[in-house]
Design a protein around this ligand. Structure first.
Ligand SMILES: O=P(O)(O)OC[C@H]1O[C@](O)(CO)[C@@H](O)[C@@H]1O
Length: 321
């Protein structure tokens, strides 16, 4: 087992120790949640959870908010910007908090690096300790920042969710070889708060296994992207509670076109029961998608501890051109 996989497996004790934060209650503010790459995908899922809990929120990539924020939200609204960054150093996320502060907005940083640049641009810092051996591919830290984000939304995450994630991971791993079976085209489908997680599963597969991946909301997938499905495809369907029956039909539809389906929280060629609360499902399913990246990389003979063209911290040259 390489270090990437070991960190994925050893993340659960860190969940147990994750920072206890009070939920936001300010219903007058618009929360803008920013991040880059993985951290942006977490922001998408967290923003959805905020909205479900009655807190108005949008997710914006750090590079977009820092450069054209009024394209996403006009000036004049009470705004609170939350930056997610494992390293606290991704240039665009740091810039996003800096421009927010200049605009007079409240700023909060969620990070795994104390004293990092993002913390200097934030009024409030939420630090959560991660696995010390985590490498370039972000796994344990992603789960931990998501966990903190769910708590900020007011969602309880505790031992039932830790146990559920561990149990689901075990089942998933046992079922995976038969479904994967040399297939090279991953499709990740998730609705609502699970869309950001489907996108995060997608980026994991890209970084780790250099696969061309499709990540969509299940209904949206039927409007064009489904054209690519064939007998090389495997779809990971993150079932949601409110549109379950529709998603079962989509599962059958892609199976009929040659894909194998792994259903997380519902049926498929392999179905995995997902325990814990419905509101915390985004977190419970995440380790499975991380392990999926590892297995897909193995299938292609790739070493996930040295992913192509990636660095742990992606920074921009900030000297004026
Ligand atoms: O959370 P951070 O430290 O800002 O980093 C985000 C980075 O992590 C990655 O997910 C790499 O693992 C990239 O997508 C992105 O550059």
């Amino acid at each position: 087992m390489n270090t990437t996989e070991r960190v994925i497996r050893e993340q659960f004790p860190f969940w147990r120790k994750a920072t206890a934060v009070a939920a936001f209650t300010d219903r007058d503010s618009t929360f803008v949640i920013v991040g880059c790459g993985t951290s942006y995908h977490l922001a998408q899922s967290i923003a959805a959870s905020f909205n479900l809990r009655g807190l108005r929120a949008i997710a914006v990539p750090g590079g977009e908010w820092s450069r054209r924020r009024t394209t996403y939200l006009p000036d004049g609204f009470k705004t609170h910007v939350i930056g997610l960054s494992r390293s606290g150093e991704s240039t665009e996320t740091v810039q996003a908090l800096e421009v927010s502060r200049t605009a007079g907005y409240a700023t909060t940083a969620v990070t795994c690096e104390q004293g990092s640049s993002i913390t200097k641009a934030a009024d409030t810092v939420i630090f959560t300790a991660t696995h010390p051996d985590e490498g370039i591919v972000m796994t344990a830290s992603a789960s931990l920042m998501l966990l903190v984000g769910l708590r900020l939304a007011g969602i309880t995450v505790g031992e039932p969710e830790v146990a559920a994630a561990q149990a689901a991971l075990e089942t998933f791993e046992a079922l995976l070889p038969a479904v994967l079976d040399g297939r090279s085209h991953p499709v990740l489908l998730g609705a609502g708060a699970l869309y950001g997680i489907a996108a995060e599963g997608g980026i994991k597969l890209q970084e780790m296994s250099l696969s061309h991946v499709q990540s969509y909301q299940p209904m949206e997938y039927r409007h064009g992207p489904i054209s690519l499905v064939d007998d090389q495809s495997f779809a990971v369907l993150l079932y949601s509670a409110e549109t379950f029956a529709e998603e079962v039909r989509i599962s059958t539809e892609v199976q009929n076109k040659g894909a194998r389906v792994i259903g997380l929280g519902g049926p498929g060629d392999a179905g995995v029961e997902v325990g814990g609360s419905i509101e915390a499902r985004s977190l419970v399913v995440l380790p499975m998608l991380q392990v999926l990246g590892e297995r897909a990389a193995e299938m292609r003979g790739l070493d996930t501890s040295a992913p192509r063209y990636l660095k742990k911290v992606v920074v921009l040259d900030r000297t004026p051109a």
